[in-house]
Design a protein around this ligand. Sequence first.
Ligand code: DC
Length: 232
Amino acid sequence: MEKKKIIIAIDGFSSTGKSTIAKHLAAELNYLYVDTGAMYRAITYYAMQQNLVGKEFLATETLIKDLQHITLEFVYNSELQFSEMCLNGVNVEREIRSIEVSKLVSKVSAISEVRKKLVEQQQAMGVQKGLVMDGRDIGTVVFPEAELKLFMTASPEKRAARRYKELLDKGHKVNYDEVLENVQQRDLIDSTREDSPLIKAKDAVEFDNSDMGLKEQFERVYGLALLRISEE
Ligand code: DC
């Protein structure tokens, strides 16, 4: 008999390694992986291109009106074995990872209409289950009935160090203090916004991975996933 498929929701602060764990898990289970942060980043990048958001301003009403003209799509890159974000048909995977987008994304993500549009798309991706999705509100808002919920944390300094290395490896020019400040700023905005703040779902399993290696983390998470699948 074929095993029942489940939904795995992974939430947590920025740069806690959510996406690394989520990608591994999806590959091992042969599930779909969705990085919802990429969707919020793509809308932010659109707003930056249209001059609708900056350090000191946000043209909320215009951006809300423009939402109907924004199409987001994940397109699978078989060479990289990774789905890349396309905004209105253009691959923006590299652009959305920049520190400039990181600095503005929490502002744009706090707009309820933006969240509504993206949550609807995310829920549609889970109809068939067999999904690992990471973000900030997956276990609380997008899939409150998810069979497995994980909540990842780590100290801001550890997270900033990881992000800093990641950005340098990808050829972005940044300094560590700037990255740390961004991590702390996003933590604050993401967890205090009115609509769908980042909070741990009551039934989520918490992982502080400040001092936990990837292998150990993955083994624990994978074990939990197999247990939940066998219970279905
Ligand atoms: O996962 P990430 O760091 O790429 O996410 C970028 C930002 O997007 C994050 O700071 C807050 C927002 N976000 C959100 O509000 N809800 C989600 N489900 C995913 C991301």
